[in-house]
Design a protein. Structure first.
Length: 137
């Protein structure tokens, strides 16, 4: 079976488009997002994040260190943090999180899970009604 409807120009254009996707947050591209002021940035976030940012961002003029350790799990990820590494406390240890553009608008705590997910194994004695009739030993 030959591909009669195969168009090499359209296929190359489709492959080129698939190769690299520009990141945008709510319709604003990453370059513009980094240049936005705090008031303009606040309008892009959801209501809970807007209220958190309304109380103010305390910015330091210098850049971030290599790895910043924090207990602030309720901190909103802003575009200035992209590319930095933040160690977020989960109640026991600090988990290193590399901030990527897809994380903008989320909380830091979402990326440092604070519990171990349940792994269900075999049921034990007394787990079901039928296990009452099994002798213990």
């Amino acid at each position: 079976m030959a591909d009669a409807d195969y168009d090499p120009v359209a296929a190359a254009e489709l492959k080129k488009r698939r190769a690299f996707r520009k990141f945008s947050y709510r319709g604003v591209e990453l370059d513009d997002l980094l240049s936005l002021g705090s008031d303009d940035l606040r309008t892009l976030f959801h209501a809970r994040a807007r209220r958190k940012l309304q109380r103010g961002l305390r910015r330091k003029p210098m850049g971030l260190p290599a790895e910043c350790r924090t207990h602030l799990r309720n901190m909103i990820v802003v575009p200035e943090l992209i590319g930095s590494v933040v160690a977020v406390y989960n109640g026991k240890v600090f988990n290193s999180v590399e901030i990527r553009p897809e994380m903008v608008g989320h909380y830091l705590g979402e990326f440092s899970i604070s519990y171990t997910p349940v792994k269900h194994g075999r049921p034990g004695i007394g787990a079901t009604h039928s296990s009452r009739f099994i002798p213990l030993k």
